[in-house]
Design a protein around this ligand. Structure first.
Ligand code: GLA
Ligand code: ZN
Length: 662
């Protein structure tokens, strides 16, 4: 197991390096990440390389048993690049170039920038390939921007479209340019759809895909070099969890494993649903365990700083990630820098460089995790429930939400959080993945539904799967045109419903918004509130599990269940305001699929299981500031305390436990 920190030796005098390395070793650290913003230190002028300082830092770390991940430094271009090659700076929508001086300033189609990126990557790879403690590479830093509107990007977009569609006739069909007379007669006429709320939605979706591909291509150019020169090293990138400007599946494809940057300590302490959800999304990108490459270790901020992690919080945040598949924890940053925009982004050490409370907690966490590493070997999270996570739908919903207030992540969160509360693990998968390993598949806001995906979902239900779809399911085809079929289209039989009409109930402004009463039946009995959207769902073969209270909604169902083949198709046509509804719905789906949680965690306690190599490890994490008692299987070994469990186990505030299940 790798535990360590993001370290910036270039920020500190050389005399300090030895102290840093010794303190890291004493804390049980064995990894640092280095140099992601140090291009200028390594190539002070074009083609002149200076790696001596980094050699020395690596040697100092090596003497203390600390290994390193090196980064290609392309997230910040040196000032000389901006001066010498002004076209490397991204162009903004108003036609002016971005002002150099922050980060991520470059245009991704600039030939100069691509060549400069390849050159520094090759120089670093050749120089460090035999450094004894270098084990891998991080490409760039947090890919995700900027979007560039320069002429080169526009012609590259046209070329990309030509390669994708082959002919203008096909592009015109795919984009539906017969509307408003927007037909293109030459490739050169194609504009950048700068405004996703007014330009052609199909063009907007392709522009988003193109921007994602530019980042993937840029990374691929670096990965090709790293693989050629340093075949013994791994290559990763630090992703940003639920960030969704890029298709992260594509970005992950060229890497050995995914890493991600986790900053969950903001605002009042609360259950960090999003951090566990992001971890599951990250694990899903390559269907394997991941690294934490940056993680909160102090109050952060670029101007004003935020909340300080409370005693125990740094440790439980790390355990949450390990529970979801992290095989390494790297904290951001080793020591708060006294200069620059991130002076207030605090690290393990403060400005004074002393090993204080946060340092001690990181050291404790490192000791605990090293103690677990043999048990964790070969384990990962293996859920029977999957959520389809689809970037096309995320983007298409953003371009045209349909009902007011619709966001993909809100739809997904409602279901995810209920699963979290039920103590059940979940995988995030592509819409095109094999669904057969899962007993339950949830498809929140699966707005873009190519026919082949619809067919795979239909077969999944027919063969015994339990599927849940919801409002705006399957409305669009893959080029963001509406399907010309009665909804839910190819899933009509599997879901046993027809949707001929639908409406938005509004959102936000109370004078303009309406809600409907919903009455749950059977296992969902209770009275709930429908908001935001109502698909006027007509049950055909489906039974109604929740109906509306209003007179005009009597023919329509809010929630349906349909027996189809060996499986069950559920459809929820609205957004329910009460979270308890989703708890009841998830309970119904799990029961239908024969899935029982190992423990039913009390509110604020998280349960997650890693398994493999003949072991099953149940992680319990108390996200509250009161002790919590969990009913657990008795007579099992709790690995952190090496004690046998009774029928219950009590976790301190922010306490964690790892129970090896027999
Ligand atoms: C990101 C970056 C880091 C740092 C932190 C805090 O995660 O990768 O370099 O800037 O945010 O701002
Ligand atoms: Zn550009």
């Amino acid at each position: 197991m790798y535990i360590g920190a993001d370290y910036y030796p270039e920020h500190w005098p050389r005399e300090r390096w030895e102290t840093d390395a010794r303190m890291m070793q004493e804390a049980g650290f064995n990894i640092v990440r280095l140099a992601e913003f140090a291009w200028i230190n390594m190539e002070p002028q074009e083609g002149t390389f200076e790696f001596g300082w980094l050699d020395e830092a690596l040697e100092t770390l090596d003497r203390h048993g600390i290994r390193a991940v090196l980064c290609t430094p392309t997230a910040v271009m040196p000032a000389w690049i901006a001066r010498k090659y002004p076209e490397t700076l991204a162009m903004q929508q108003d036609g002016t170039r971005i002002v150099w001086g922050v980060r991520k300033n470059n245009c991704f189609t600039s030939g100069a920038y691509r060549l400069l990126s390849e050159r520094i990557t090759r120089a670093m790879a050749e120089h460090f390939r035999d450094a004894p403690n270098v084990i891998g590479w991080q490409t760039d830093n947090e890919f995700g921007g900027p979007v560039c509107y320069c002429d080169t990007c526009r012609s590259a977009f046209q070329d990309w479209l030509r390669a994708k569609y082959g002919s203008l006739d096909e592009l015109n069909r795919a984009w539906g340019t017969h509307f408003w007379g927007h037909l293109y007669r030459t490739w050169g006429e194609i504009i950048i759809p700068v405004d996703p709320s007014t330009h052609n939605p199909s063009a907007c979706l392709d522009w988003q895909r193109f921007g994602s591909w530019l980042n993937v291509r840029f990374q691929r150019d670096q990965v090709r070099i790293l693989r050629e020169v340093c075949p013994q090293h791994f290559v990763t990138h630090n992703f940003m969890g639920l960030f969704h400007e890029l298709d992260y599946y594509d970005l992950a494809e060229d890497l050995d494993h995914v890493s991600w940057d986790n900053y969950p300590v903001w605002g009042p302490p609360s259950v960090p649903y999003l951090a566990s959800e992001a971890a599951d999304v990250m694990r899903g990108l390559k269907k394997k365990n991941f690294w934490i490459m940056e993680q909160t270790s102090g109050p952060g901020g670029w101007g004003a700083y935020g909340r300080n992690p409370r005693p125990g919080e740094i440790r439980k945040v790390a355990f949450q990630q390990v529970a979801h598949g992290a095989d390494a924890v790297v904290w951001f940053r080793w020591r708060a820098c006294t200069a620059g925009r991130e002076q207030y982004w605090h690290g393990i050490l403060g400005h004074d460089g002393k090993g204080l409370r946060r340092y001690k907690e990181c050291a404790q966490t490192a000791t605990d995790l090293h103690g677990l590493s043999a048990a964790l070997e070969g384990t990962t999270v293996k859920p029977s429930v999957a959520i389809i996570y689809d970037y096309d739908s995320i983007w298409a919903v953003r371009i045209q939400p349909g009902y007011a207030g619709n966001t993909y992540h809100a739809a997904m969160d409602r279901l995810y959080q209920a699963l979290f509360r039920a103590g059940v693990n979940v995988d995030f998968i592509r819409s095109t993945d094999d669904l057969s390993p899962y007993r339950v598949v949830l498809a929140p806001d699966l707005y873009v539904l190519p026919d082949r995906v619809a067919e795979s979902l239909r077969q999944y239900v027919q063969n015994g799967g339990v599927l849940l779809a919801d409002s705006r399911f399957g409305v669009k085809d893959e080029t963001n045109l509406c399907h010309a079929r009665t909804l839910p289209g190819l899933l009509s039989d599997a879901l046993g419903i027809a949707i001929e009409e639908y409406e938005s109930l509004g959102q936000g402004d109370e004078t303009q918004s309406i809600t409907y009463k919903v009455l749950g039946l059977g296992a969902l009995s209770g009275s709930y509130t429908a908001a935001q959207t109502a698909e006027w769902v007509q049950p055909q073969t489906a039974e109604t599990l929740a109906r509306y209270g209003e007179w005009h909604m009597q023919p329509y169902a809010a929630l349906t269940r349909n027996r189809y083949g060996q499986g069950w198709g559920y459809f929820l046509g609205t957004v329910i305001q009460e979270p308890g509804f989703y708890d009841a719905l998830i309970a119904e789906l799990l029961e239908r699929a024969g899935i029982a949680a190992v423990v039913k965690p009390p509110a604020g306690v998280e349960a997650s299981i890693r398994e493999g190599n003949g072991r099953r490890l149940l992680f319990l994490i108390n996200h509250t500031e009161q002790p919590q008692t969990v009913t657990v299987p008795a007579g099992q070994m709790e690995l952190l305390t090496q004690t046998e469990t009774g029928h219950t186990l009590t976790l301190d505030r922010y306490g964690v436990a790892v129970v090896q299940l027999a």
